[in-house]
Design a protein around this ligand. Structure first.
Ligand code: G
Ligand code: G
Ligand code: MN
Ligand code: NA
Length: 253
């Protein structure tokens, strides 16, 4: 109850902030950004979404929270596009309840209208769990997103215990290899095999592939050598507030 009331405060009183992490292509150019929400608690400091997104799903507070995230991410993306600092897409993480609500697409259209962000600059990150919950419904929504020009990525790929068959039927654009496979890719033959397998799979299915959680040169070199196209991780940049991101982008050649 305590946290629930606190979270309502956070939503109502500007305690939520978005940090942005760049994604880079194999040549080191900015491929896109990922929006990651944080709660700047007046007493407890920064709280990770891992600690309040699940709670907000239980209480239904995920709905206003998600709407705020979507609007803020689109507004900031619009600012970056206008300043010539973002040519690619802003990726926003979705929660299951948000995605499967009947009003999801209407809300999304409303946010795009309100912020003026062209849909060609938006990407949505979904987990396997979201897609497994109601696959028929998910296909309809994904087709609608496609039609709007919004791209979609499967986040945390490989952690969901789901069949691979859905990759054949679902119209998605990108796979993000979970960082637990990337971590030991240069030390563990098994993790290397998994990463190589996912990269091959993505290529055969005409999906883009991202490696998350790149922390070392070796991880980056290895995955680049094996055909991975896009990279995200602390080696390049940590998630940062908009002001810091703008400075970071402007300082690049
Ligand atoms: O940024 P961090 O590593 O603390 O994120 C922890 C988890 O929270 C990740 O799984 C990430 O996908 C998720 N997350 C971050 N921001 C959002 C958001 O705006 N909405 C949802 N649904 N999940 C988010
Ligand atoms: O589930 P999702 O992939 O959306 O989670 C993204 C989270 O991963 C973000 O909260 C971000 O803080 C975290 N992250 C991003 N890059 C790295 C990294 O290089 N190492 C680690 N450990 N975490 C990372
Ligand atoms: Mn993500
Ligand atoms: Na992930």
């Amino acid at each position: 109850v305590m946290l629930r009331n606190d979270l309502q405060e956070a939503i109502d009183h500007d305690q939520l902030v978005l940090h942005y992490q760049p994604l880079l292509d194999a040549a080191g150019r900015i491929d896109g950004l990922e929006a990651l929400v944080r709660w700047r608690h007046p007493v407890k400091g920064f709280i990770s979404p891992a600690d309040f997104i699940p709670l907000s799903e239980e209480t239904g507070q995920i709905i206003p929270l998600s709407r705020w995230v979507m609007a803020q991410a689109c507004r900031d993306a619009r600012t970056l596009v206008d300043q010539g600092l973002l040519a690619g897409r802003m990726a926003v993480n979705l929660s299951p309840m948000q995605f499967h609500r009947p009003s999801f697409l209407a809300t999304l259209r409303g946010v795009l209208d309100e912020t003026g962000l062209p849909p060609s600059h938006l990407e949505l990150e979904l987990t396997e769990g979201i897609l497994m919950r109601d696959t028929e419904g998910a296909i309809d929504i994904l087709n609608a997103l496609n039609g709007m020009g919004i791209s979609t990525a499967i986040d945390d790929f490989g952690t969901g215990f789901s069949s691979l068959g859905y990759l054949r039927t679902l119209p998605i654009d990108k796979i993000k290899i979970d960082r637990t496979f990337v971590r030991d890719v240069t030390a563990s033959d098994k993790d290397a095999a998994i990463c190589q397998g996912v990269i091959t799979l993505a290529r055969e299915l005409d999906l883009r592939v991202v490696a998350e959680g790149i922390e070392t040169r070796d991880q980056h070199d290895y995955l680049r050598r094996h055909g991975c196209e896009v990279f995200q991780g602390f080696l390049f940049a940590r998630p940062m507030p908009l002001e810091a991101l703008i400075a970071w982008l402007e300082a690049r050649p």
